[in-house]
Design a protein around this ligand. Sequence first.
Ligand SMILES: [Zn+2]
Ligand SMILES: [Zn+2]
Length: 199
Amino acid sequence: MNSELLQKYKKQLSNSTIRSRAKYISLNNVNNSNYSYTFVYKGSQSRPYLIEIKQHNKKINSNCTCPYDYGGLCKHEVAGIDFILNKEEKNSKLNKDLFGNTVVEKIETGIILVNHFLTKEIISLLGNIVRKEYYNQYTFKTQLLEKNKITTSSSYNYYYSENQIFIYNSENNILDANCSCRDKKKYCEHIIAALSYIL
Ligand SMILES: [Zn+2]
Ligand SMILES: [Zn+2]
């Protein structure tokens, strides 16, 4: 579920009193998928309350079966939203490497090689892997192989060729990649294909 949408939804439809009361509510999460969460909570009534929070397209929807009827969200719905936000935050931490850097974010400045290894997974993060038949039309050559630096050249159907330079900084694990082509994307298809070739 989208955390930003959930935050906005909570802010718009609840006041600070409800939000602080929600902190003392511990819901039982009985069912969830990517876009729908169901909770139960044993309140003062004999029947437990059922709380549902859903995202459909870009809209959040929620409801609770408790008797609260003063407009806006009840504390159970807010507690449910907080539960999901917490979970989403934990999930996003999974995208971090061993050094706590967000893998996807760091890609703007360079490619992080966890434990100094280049892997297929890292290459696939840079962009869609070039279609196989397309990649096969590139011919790669290693032009220069130095400590922490590799220069490759690619030619396409034996026509024009581009050069790629890869420089690895083993102190911060960042692999910097550059290509001589005019593609404005940081990681052009030559870089992605050349990394596959190096690997
Ligand atoms: Zn409620
Ligand atoms: Zn290129």
